[in-house]
Design a binder for this molecule. Sequence first.
Ligand code: ADP
Length: 395
Amino acid sequence: MHQRPNWIEVKDDGEWDFNWCDVGWLRENFDHAYMEEHVRINHFRNHYELTRKNLMVKNLKRFQKNLEKDMGRTEASKCDFFPSTYAMPSEYHLFVEEFNRNPGSTWIMKPVAKSQGKGIFLFRKLKDIIDWKKDRSRSEEQKDAAHLDSYVVQRYIENPYLINGRKFDLRVYVLVTSYVPLKVWLYRDGFARFSSSRFSLSTIDDKYMHLTNVSVQKTAPDYDPEKGCKWQMQQLRRYLTAKYGREVVETLFGDMDNIIIRSLQSVQKVIINDKHCFELYGYDILLDHNLKPWLIEVNASPSHAPSSQEDYEMKYGLLEDTLNVVDMEGRLTGQEKRVGGFDLMWNDGPVYTEDLNLQTFGSLSFTANTHLGCVNDREKNLRQLLKPFPLQKKI
Ligand code: ADP
């Protein structure tokens, strides 16, 4: 922000036009803040409808049920991208029924509002969680009902796609500038986060093997800060294309687009749409060995802490382009389909690439305007797109 001409940092009680706040600030202040037309803030008021693990699944299940009612089973099956999940302890009995139908399967227990792998454990026996449940209900008797559903139990994906024997998940950045109408931008860069130990189902207690969070992997005894545990999305896309060919990879990336759009649609009617708000989400997606992507969670405050110089540059570009799309300076026309590393993927409907020719259009095979893991020549694009900063305008 300091690098943008004419942006001035204000002190705590100063008047501001743009606020990059944390969700705690939002909770305490949003409802009391009067905001002028041009003011922007980096979260939607009830962002947690998508970013809290239990609410995300609740909204997805409801959305899927409505789709089935209105459009049939085939359409609803396009939402089959989240592992079976139950809120704990309120859906414990439903969970036990499913658990008993799938003897021997592995489950993962996760606190709904924590991050960085904190409080997560895997289990295969009901006995393992019965004591846990007793302890929790005892301690929660004193608390109010809002705290009850504070965990989810989720089917563990036992067949993750492995590279060099290691599990990884993907971090994808998605910028929403409006929910009504839904306007969504997908960033070209992202990364895969690898675990440091070779994957195996023979032990379920090793977090370095099963949890791919960088914050977990960084504490592994053999973690090498030089090598890190990341691949850029471009590297992954190239690797998969060399191995399986372009068509397979396009299907996979198309399936990821589908996850992004449907998950956002599932909360479209619930999120309080406010023209002052935008949100840069960090999607966590896991691939299984059939190259099917699964939605693990959506983060409202994805980490912007760099783990290497390359990571720093990527995140710097991401934040800079977020500000370019939000456009406090008024340099855009509003018709852009691309701004730096962001491609407009949804604008009240799917967005297609420019070079769509009539023949392919006729056969309904037009190409989505998404380029995740493709070349990110953002600076070149920005040079062509943006007029230089107006010199004297005060922000
Ligand atoms: P947190 O918010 O604490 O990061 P996540 O839901 O992202 O919690 O889970 C942390 C990690 O655990 C993920 O990055 C992934 O590696 C692993 N994980 C989470 N859920 C599953 C699942 N259902 N199947 C397989 N691995 C999972």
